[in-house]
Design a protein around this ligand. Structure first.
Ligand code: FAD
Length: 392
């Protein structure tokens, strides 16, 4: 019983380990990844992401949280504000009796750690660096051809190959895609005050700006700007960048002392019109790619991982066919509501907070002030940040 996962980024690597853990090694996993984790890796690049509390619990269920914990920085409170307006909201982990609302991790550290774990998972066979160049699906099986010349055959093919999924494309999957006409700039920032677990989300006229606490007293910046400004921002010197950032972020962490190299990511919303096809399923960014405003992309992908790994392991335990269409339908149905609501929430936030119209600015600030005074509204936002659904 074999499944083939194409793409060993955060989603594919986590999925391989989840299937191995849940099926107790019964399901053989072939994981194909084009590149070894390093700075030039498309999945484990310089990005730093926030793992929701729920995601960390899921890592715990697949047995990797204990080790991964060494590489993370806890977020103990989140401060949300709007540039030039009074409204602000604070969420504290202690209000929810939690050690943290979430944790920040450097993707390179996470990638290296997850790849190390494959050595302890004998049912996972890693093909890296190698690349899938052709796919053949028959009634009973699916085969892939790799650049190395190897041919692998299994019952199910899982596309975890990211936003531009080649596996999805050659399998006639269609996506609904829309550019936000924004780019995200990421950089590491050193400030005169240590963030001490504080994360900030601030809405500026350019676009939203997030500062997440990270190792060595630094913060990780994600700052969204209109795409048309990318070329000129790329020309900014370190000093000019720090001056602009200080102006828009303010002095909540004191003086901005240093900035690292900057990386730029174009932002889009991409959602596959269906998650399954004959002996094929899509997960993570291949299934949906979100704007980073609410830090939901991988957290949503991890929920794809958990549902799919559970379904596959359950079927395998009963000797069933893991690639049968009825099995894949279960996955598509179980992912529907969470997927739709997270995509909608994220997209709505982008439009609300990218709009400088006075009515929107007033609405945002009334909302932020209401959240500060109405615990129920704040709880809904906090639960989203923690990666939990909230039931009224
Ligand atoms: C600026 C920014 C900030 C973000 N912040 C957050 C955050 O705070 N929280 C959060 O949850 N998410 C965040 N995200 C989203 C998160 O980074 C992604 O959702 C996640 O990393 C996607 O992982 P993935 O494995 O699905 O896809 P990818 O990372 O794209 O991985 C796909 C992998 O497939 C491999 N591949 C592709 N084709 C082939 C092939 N033919 N053969 C073999 N291998 C192949 C590639 O080499 C790659 O490693 C952020 C994103 C951005 C851009």
């Amino acid at each position: 019983m074999k499944v083939i996962i194409v793409g060993g980024g955060m989603t594919g690597a986590s999925l391989a380990l989840a299937i191995s853990a849940f099926s107790q090694g019964k399901v053989q996993v072939s994981l194909i990844e084009a590149r070894l984790p390093n700075k030039a890796h498309p999945g484990f690049d310089a990005r730093i992401i926030a793992l929701a509390y729920g995601t960390c619990q899921q890592f715990n269920q697949i047995g990797v949280w204990h080790g991964l914990k060494k590489y993370v920085t806890p977020i103990t409170n989140i401060h949300v504000s709007d540039y030039g307006h009074a409204g602000a909201v604070n969420m504290y982990a202690k209000d929810y009796s939690l050690p943290a609302l979430g944790y920040v991790v450097e993707l390179q550290d996470a990638g290296n750690y997850l790849f190390e774990q494959f050595k302890k998972a004998p049912s996972v066979e890693l093909y890296c660096p190698d690349e899938v160049i052709a796919v053949e699906r028959t009634i009973e099986h699916v085969s892939v051809k790799l650049t190395s010349g190897k041919v692998l055959t299994g019952k199910l093919l899982i596309a975890a190959d990211g936003s531009d999924s080649m596996i999805g494309k050659i399998s006639q999957i269609e996506w609904q895609r829309a550019s936000y006409q924004q780019c995200a700039i990421i950089a590491n920032i050193l400030t005169s005050q240590v963030p001490q677990g504080q994360a900030f989300e601030r809405f500026t006229q350019h676009g939203p700006l997030a500062m997440l606490p990270m190792s060595k007293g630094r913060s990780s910046l994600v700052w969204c700007h209109p795409l048309e400004n990318q070329q000129s921002i790329m020309q900014w010197s370190d000093d000019q960048f720090m001056t602009e950032l200080q102006k828009w972020f303010g002095w909540r962490l004191g003086e901005i002392k240093a900035v690292s190299e900057r990386y730029f990511f174009p932002l889009l919303l991409s959602q596959a019109k269906r998650l399954i096809s004959h002996r094929l399923v899509l997960v993570g960014n291949a299934a949906q790619t979100l704007h980073p405003i609410a830090g939901q992309g991988f957290n949503l992908g991890m929920r794809d991982v958990m549902i799919l790994a559970n379904i596959i392991s359950e079927v395998a335990n009963h000797g069933g066919d893991m690639g049968a269409y009825s099995v894949l339908m279960q996955y598509q149905m179980q992912r529907h509501d969470d997927r739709q609501s997270t995509i909608k929430l994220t997209d709505n936030l982008v439009h609300l907070f990218s709009n400088n119209h006075l009515i929107c600015a007033i609405g945002r600030n009334v909302g932020l002030m209401a959240m500060e005074t109405l615990p129920l509204m704040r709880d809904i936002l906090a639960h989203q940040a923690m990666g939990r659904s909230f039931h009224l």
